[in-house]
Design a protein around this ligand. Sequence first.
Ligand code: GLN
Length: 272
Amino acid sequence: MTLKTALLQGVKLLGDAGIIEPRLTAEVLLAHATQHDRVWLTAHSDEELIELWWIHYGRYLHQRREGTPTQYITGKQEFYGREFHVTPDVLIPRPETEHLIEAALAGETACPTSILDVGTGSGAIAITLALETQAQVTATDISPAALRVAEENASRLGAEVNFQECDLIPEGSKFDLIVSNPPYVALTESLPREVRDHEPHLALYAGQDGLAIYRRLIPAAARALNPGGRLIVEIGSTQAEAVREMLSAWTNVRILNDLAGLPRVATARIST
Ligand code: GLN
């Protein structure tokens, strides 16, 4: 069988199972099975599929049909132009979270010298900020398994980040900027099966209303920021007003929308 035929079969299998973007997904999975990229696949579509590729491809198609996100099959996700390794121990970095990076980089504080990323997961935010700024970056996570993934990403991408296993903010430390994409999903919210059945619940859910982490993080950040320091958090699309309320003692509170026009990032400055 040629690669072209294998691809068409994959597209059909995925499409029949109701998987969105069956063509792109089949291409990504076949490219991964052959250990090449999608460009190579297009250029070699008349080549014969060797047996080992077929075995891998078949397994990947099966996993995707069963609901496993493509990124956990290939082990990677692009974020802010760089490739991050991901495992089921970490949330898959989302494109919306790039707005948080933009907000951090566009800050009025010309160059913050110390940044803390709370609940770093794959390290996508901390590593991106370490590579895009001159700042000293610290990142925490409560999950040792997530920190191992983040550390591996940092060393592969050449980023210097000080990782610490800790719940939210290390005691006694001070920062100029605190960023976080914390868990913010309400326990009552229904999620796509890819997310619900495969991504770490520790990184997703935050109590009945999804606000449990902000209730602890915002006061802790107020104590841990240097005078004039900023807090930037990702929020759920229905949480803008609740989070704004929690930031009532702060200044320069802004809610930024994502590309879908939904509230996605809250930024605030600590009053001095
Ligand atoms: N944006 C994620 C989702 O909707 C949730 C991420 C989070 O809780 N930080 O699946």
